[in-house]
Ligand binder design. Structure first.
Ligand SMILES: [Zn+2]
Length: 192
């Protein structure tokens, strides 16, 4: 995958937590919570977070009937969510067995922080990309699957595509510059 492909993939993942409904963020709805969980750990994370939110506080085995997941998978997901601060836990010791008991709960205030953090990351990516687009001239062979090449590299290649061998032609990136600039303006104009 070329740099542009990687960029697009990363961006679509990041944008999944920052769609239109987050622009007027006033409260963490179930919909937003499940989207955030989905970005962190997919369907399983959504199941765990929503079950946990409903129970308010729970041990991992109490989540078994609600999630219908394996206990090991629930535990893995809880620690993954914990690493993103979306869930918090209290640890105590069982008086009889001496085993540790983890009691988990969702941290809604951290969900908002997570969203704003994602937004900052997206803005940084977009701005870096915009600067790259504005500061380079590109050449392209117009063959689907081949990559755009900067002017400097195109010179070294004597304006021949290194993949398909066709002549490289000047590539107008104004459309992409505009898309990036509009997206930045949209995100910076929104709340948060
Ligand atoms: Zn080519």
């Amino acid at each position: 995958m070329d740099a542009l492909g990687q960029f697009n993939e990363h961006l679509s993942l990041s944008l999944a937590v920052y769609e239109k409904d987050f622009e007027s963020l006033t409260a963490i709805t179930d919909d937003i919570l499940s989207k955030v969980a989905n970005v962190i750990g997919g369907e399983d994370a959504v199941k765990v977070v929503m079950a946990l939110k409903e129970l308010k506080e729970a041990t991992d085995d109490q989540l078994l009937p609600k999630t219908e997941m394996k206990l090991n998978d629930i535990r893995k997901m809880l620690f993954k969510l914990y690493n993103h601060s979306i869930v918090q836990c209290d640890v105590s010791r069982d008086k009889d067995t001496g085993w540790f008991i983890f009691r988990w709960r969702v941290q809604l205030d951290q969900v908002e922080w997570f969203i704003n953090d994602q937004k900052r990351r997206i803005l940084k990516i977009l701005k870096t990309r915009l600067a790259y687009e504005e500061n380079h001239e590109f050449y392209y062979c117009n063959t689907p699957g081949c990559s755009r090449i900067t002017f400097e590299d195109a010179m070294e290649l004597v304006f021949r595509c290194p993949i398909c061998g066709k002549a490289l032609q000047h590539y107008d990136n104004n459309a992409m510059v505009k898309v990036l600039a509009d997206k930045i303006e949209q995100l910076e104009g929104g709340k948060g």
